[in-house]
Design a protein around this ligand. Structure first.
Ligand code: GLN
Length: 232
């Protein structure tokens, strides 16, 4: 049996940014739902715990919150495992593969190369891998880091920004749900993997989460969740 500490007894406390459909978002009834929510509940159940999600926090505060400790045990929030983040927090085994998407207005005739110029404003979520991709690949564009993904898509929709870079599954979901006037100009094969961020000070927790994840993979729960949220 792995031993670990929890912020609150009997509870796995998660911190996330809640505007990242279909991974975590607030539905019409005000409930926090999504793939990550179901996965966190399944993990907690395997560990004999319940799971609680804290109120919304900006994405770029999640890793610092886990690193600092005392507030949340984990961050399951579509967080890509990166070398930079591994300097501050540990991660569970990967639970999902992802890529980036470059989004533009459906009516636009841009090619990706057209975007690498100061006059072009490209939105992203602050501190994400999409944010980093813009800085590396379209260094001349005017980058617009925002807390909220929907605000970025609205801005592309209304013409305030010309493009946005965001995780591909989120782009596909949000375009299909709410932004039929936008299109994915390019799928960017970054080869990212999502993991669950945990503190280095709580190694037993990482082991217990990996055990739970392995069971979830093995007993078909993971397949059910992918079918439910992605239809694949
Ligand atoms: N996967 C991306 C990252 O980790 C975006 C995550 C998010 O916005 N929730 O940077």
């Amino acid at each position: 049996e792995a031993s670990y500490t929890l912020v609150k007894e009997g509870v796995l406390t998660n911190v996330a940014e809640l505007g990242f459909s279909p991974f975590e978002y607030i539905d019409e009834d005000g409930n926090t739902v999504g793939f990550d929510v179901d996965l966190s509940n399944a993990i907690a159940e395997k560990m004999g715990l319940t799971c609680e999600w804290l109120p919304n926090q900006a994405f770029d505060t999640l890793v610092p919150t886990i690193k600092q400790g005392g507030k949340a045990d984990i961050s399951i929030a579509g967080v890509t495992i990166t070398d930079e983040r591994l300097e501050d927090v540990d991660f569970s085994d990967p639970y999902l593969n992802s890529n980036q998407a470059l989004i533009v207005a459906a009516s636009s005739s841009y090619a990706t190369d057209d975007l690498d110029t100061e006059e072009i404003q490209i939105a992203c979520q602050t501190g994400t891998t999409g944010d980093a991709w813009i800085q590396e690949n379209l260094p001349n564009a005017t980058r617009v880091p925002l807390a909220d993904v929907t605000a970025g898509m609205m801005g592309v929709s209304t013409g305030s920004y010309q493009a946005m870079v965001i995780d591909l599954p989120v782009a596909q979901n949000m375009l299909a749900q709410s932004f039929s006037d936008l299109k994915v100009l390019e799928e960017i094969p970054t080869g990212e993997q999502y993991g669950i961020a945990v503190s280095y000070d709580n190694p037993g927790l990482k082991d217990a989460i990996n055990d739970a994840l392995a069971q979830i993979e093995e007993d078909g729960t993971m397949d059910e969740l992918k079918q439910k949220w992605f239809g694949t």
